[in-house]
Ligand binder design. Structure first.
Ligand SMILES: [Zn+2]
Length: 138
């Protein structure tokens, strides 16, 4: 199946590349939500986190960390950075090749996560922690 990010990796589609190494590619988002919005992807196709080689999670995050440092030094001078990864349609994933957003932030830029904090009982939290612990992959 055609994948726009695989096309970018292969040089079949253009991108404004900021970083490339053997495992990871980082480039400007073509539809930035804030100025300097970057995407970090594994070069090897993985549809979602479940498919992503666990060994690539580290390099993806490390690259995002370096890009965040570069953004702060750059003339874009963001006041903050969000790292954001949408895994699955319900989470807002639109391109089905894993990508980590590096989002420069400034006060009043209009970007944000919507939601309402809940205050579950400790028993609920402990029960949920157990449910997750029981199926934690190696
Ligand atoms: Zn792909």
């Amino acid at each position: 199946m055609a994948c726009i990010f695989c096309d970018i990796v292969a040089g079949r589609a253009e991108a404004s590349v900021v970083h490339e190494d053997e495992q990871v590619l980082a480039f400007m988002d073509i539809r930035p939500m804030t100025p300097g919005h970057l995407l970090v992807i594994p070069k090897q196709h993985a549809t979602d986190l479940a498919e992503l080689d666990a060994a690539l999670g580290g390099p993806l995050f490390a690259t995002a960390q370096r890009l965040a440092a570069a953004l702060r030094r750059s003339p874009l001078k963001p006041a903050g950075i969000n790292l954001f990864l949408a895994d699955g349609v319900a989470a807002g994933q639109e391109v089905f090749h894993v990508h980590l957003h590096v989002l420069p932030r400034t006060p009043g830029d209009g970007w944000g996560l919507r939601g309402t904090f809940q205050w579950p009982h400790r028993m609920t939290l402990d029960a949920q922690a157990g449910q997750i612990r029981n199926v934690l992959p190696e």
